[in-house]
Ligand binder design. Structure first.
Ligand code: IPM
Ligand code: MG
Length: 352
């Protein structure tokens, strides 16, 4: 294939990990006879600083003209500490999701055999945990009407039936391809929006009898995820709940730096780590490049290149087995490796 990739490194550790996503992709392309061209564009705080807009028009146009976007992270403390800031780096990410119509965010939560002891949960509990969270990405409180003055503020958790139907459709398809178990996560005991989700999901469950569908309140799901993560196969939920639950999910794996995601919908798909920009670590060669590299595996798989995706997963597992790991998951008394060393090791492994 001939891939045209838009690269959006963004802020903080973004540029450091982005580099290794690109290098891993180049190595796989060389090995499997694909071509890829990469073009970088501005996004997030970097874009605000340079052009005053966290998702400039040129960036949108590049994304639209590409086959896929390799995104890294956005966010900068100088905006977090200013509640009155008019533009925020995160708006760049949200604008990208909305403008590219990326309503489904696929976030696989997996464990790595060599990292079982690294999870804060008991190894026997997380062993073989393997589920996918399908997070709705362009609706809910993130995009509903907002208001703020000195005395009151609100965010509207608005969902239309068609938005619920299309995300559930993706979820049923995923469940069918996996173990056939779908858990719809909501707060239908309190929220009207959740009651609509549940109503639509019940109707669709009747049309998908081959999938075992169950329902769980989000507070209960948060508990179940760390008590018995193997219960889950595919879970589907609204934007805000999905954001929260997937950070929790990353803990099961042992590090936030391990989990990739794919955002799909009507426009160019985006592949990105679930973690943020970790500004404190920027430029320190500390960030784990694995989530970014695994995002490239998801990219290949999205285009039907299963073997290519597997090659990346194999290289990542090999690096973990060889203890070529960034500090947050390194074993005691093992050598120190940073972003560059881990990235270079994996790139070299992929070329073999
Ligand atoms: C994520 C992030 C984003 C989100 C932020 C950076 C806006 O936390 O992708 O999970 O809340 O969606
Ligand atoms: Mg998040």
């Amino acid at each position: 294939m001939n891939f045209k990739i838009a690269v959006l490194p963004g802020d903080g550790i973004g540029p450091e990990i982005s580099l290794w996503g690109v290098k891993a992709m180049e190595a796989v392309c060389r090995r499997f006879g694909h071509q890829a061209t990469f073009q970088e564009a501005l996004c997030g705080a970097a874009a605000i600083d340079q052009v005053g807009d966290p998702f400039p028009k040129e960036t949108l146009e590049l994304c639209q003209a590409s086959d896929a976007v390799l995104f890294s992270a956005v966010g900068d403390p100088k905006y977090d500490q200013n509640p009155d800031a008019k533009v925020r780096p995160e708006q760049g990410l949200l604008a990208m999701r909305k403008q590219l119509g990326l309503f489904a965010n696929i976030r696989p939560v997996q464990t790595f055999p060599s990292l079982l002891h690294h999870s804060p949960l008991k190894p026997e509990l997380v062993k073989d945990a393997d589920f996918v969270c399908i997070r709705e990405l362009t609706g809910g409180m993130y995009f509903g009407e907002k208001y703020q003055d000195e005395e009151k503020a609100y965010d509207t958790n608005l969902y239309h039936r068609n938005e619920v139907e299309r995300i559930l459709k993706v979820a049923f398809e995923y469940a069918r391809r996996r173990k056939g178990h779908l858990t719809v996560v909501d707060k239908a005991n309190v929220l009207a929006s959740s009651r609509l989700w549940r109503k639509v999901a019940k109707e669709m469950a009747l049309q998908n009898p081959d999938v075992q569908t169950d329902f769980m309140y989000v507070d209960n799901a948060a508990m179940r995820m760390i008590q018995d993560p193997r219960f889950f196969d595919v879970m589907v939920t609204e934007n805000t709940f999905g954001d929260i639950l997937t950070d929790e999910g990353s803990v099961i794996s042992g590090s936030m730096g391990l989990l990739p995601s794919a955002s799909i919908g009507t426009g160019t798909p985006v592949f990105e780590p679930i973690h943020g920009s970790w500004p404190q670590a920027a430029g320190k060669n500390l960030a784990n490049p694995l989530a970014q590299i695994l995002s490239v595996a998801m990219l290949f798989e999205h285009f039907g290149c299963t073997e290519e995706g597997n090659a990346i997963r194999k290289a990542v597992n090999a690096s973990l087995d060889a203890n070529v790991r960034t500090p947050e998951i390194q074993v005691e008394n093992a050598p120190h490796y940073g972003t560059r060393e881990v990235g270079a090791w994996i790139t070299e492994y992929l070329q073999k």
